[in-house]
Design a protein around this ligand. Structure first.
Ligand SMILES: NC(=O)C1=CN([C@@H]2O[C@H](COP(=O)(O)OP(=O)(O)OC[C@H]3O[C@@H](n4cnc5c(N)ncnc54)[C@H](OP(=O)(O)O)[C@@H]3O)[C@@H](O)[C@H]2O)C=CC1
Ligand SMILES: O=C(O)[C@@H]1CCC=N1
Length: 273
């Protein structure tokens, strides 16, 4: 049982994890303390929404915490770790959701053999539906991994991956919901263009994507087989898929994941320069 989780960072990802772990009952809200750089209003909102504790000081936030979750942007990592360094105790577990930032970098900046688990969730954590990759830093034990796993399993699927693989997980799943939202924006736009009310279109799009996702979960068919079952020869779907091929949409998605993955690698390298 955890004594306290300290969140350094109170932005979109921190909030999604806080909402998830509190609402799924992983930890009592009064055992969660949150700080940020300089936005008391955001802290007040988080406190009001989730009944967690907030504090403007790092020292007070991490006091008595057995888990510290780093949820600032990668370019704030260096200054945040420099501040954290003076307060860190050796038996704390550091979880970091920062894209690209390696476990070694975090331990080096803290100048201590501290247990670090690098985590890549996504914002669907908010409703318990994240897909989260975990990577064990050199000083983290199996017990630390179990703590990290049990925390993130309350807010979705968890898989342990290597530190190389977590870059791909970042490109694929960390930002993954954004790609689906982007597609949905286009589907909404065209439905309105073709004469549907936006809310009607939105209902159909949401149910269609949810149904497709659930089919993938329960069916023994692979995605290509499921697609073929929808595509009648000389029918409507065939025309839709022809357009997607004409516009090289598969290639575009492959390139998107490659670029996002490469950016994760690059963010890590930029910090080490
Ligand atoms: N958004 C997403 O979908 C995902 C994000 N991530 C990772 O999560 C991290 C946060 O992303 P996101 O939530 O989107 O970013 P946001 O900009 O929404 O939030 C960043 C937070 O970090 C705080 N912060 C900055 N410096 C410090 C510091 N020194 N000490 C304490 N808090 C600090 C900011 O405070 P203030 O507002 O006061 O400046 C802010 O609350 C990133 O590293 C990102 O790679 C990972 C997976 C998915
Ligand atoms: O865009 C980003 O850098 C972060 C990491 C994954 C999702 N959002």
């Amino acid at each position: 049982m955890l004594n306290k989780i300290a969140f350094l960072g109170a932005g979109a990802m921190a909030e999604a994890i806080i909402a998830g772990v509190v609402q799924q009952g992983f930890i009592e809200p009064d055992k969660v303390m949150v700080t940020n750089k300089n936005d008391p209003e955001q802290l007040a909102q988080i406190k009001e929404k989730y009944q967690v504790e907030v504090n403007s000081e790092v020292k007070a936030t991490i006091d008595q915490a057995d888990v510290i979750l780093l949820a600032m942007k990668p370019n704030d990592a260096s200054s945040a770790l420099a501040e954290l360094k003076s307060f860190i105790t050796k038996d704390v577990l550091i979880l970091s959701v920062m894209a690209g930032v390696s476990t070694d970098y975090i331990a080096e900046q803290l100048a201590a053999p501290v247990a670090v688990v690098r985590v890549m969730p996504n914002t669907s954590a908010m409703i318990g539906q994240s897909a989260t990759g975990l990577t064990k830093g050199v000083h983290a034990t199996d017990e630390h991994m179990e703590i990290a796993k049990s925390l993130f399993e309350t807010i979705g699927l968890v898989r342990e991956v290597t530190e190389d693989e977590i870059h791909v997980i970042t490109g694929l799943a960390g930002g993954g919901p954004a790609y689906f939202y982007y597609v949905i924006e286009a589907l909404e736009d065209v439905s309105v263009e073709l004469g549907l009310e936006k809310s009607l279109a939105s209902d159909f799009i949401k149910q269609t994507i949810l149904g497709a996702a659930q089919m993938l979960q329960v069916s023994s068919d692979d995605p290509a087989t499921l697609r073929k079952k929808i595509t009648s020869p000389a029918g409507t779907t065939e025309q839709g898929l022809l357009a997607l091929d004409d516009y090289q949409v598969k290639l575009a998605f492959k390139q998107a994941i490659k670029q996002a993955t490469n950016r994760s690698i690059e963010l890590g390298k930029l910090l080490s320069e």
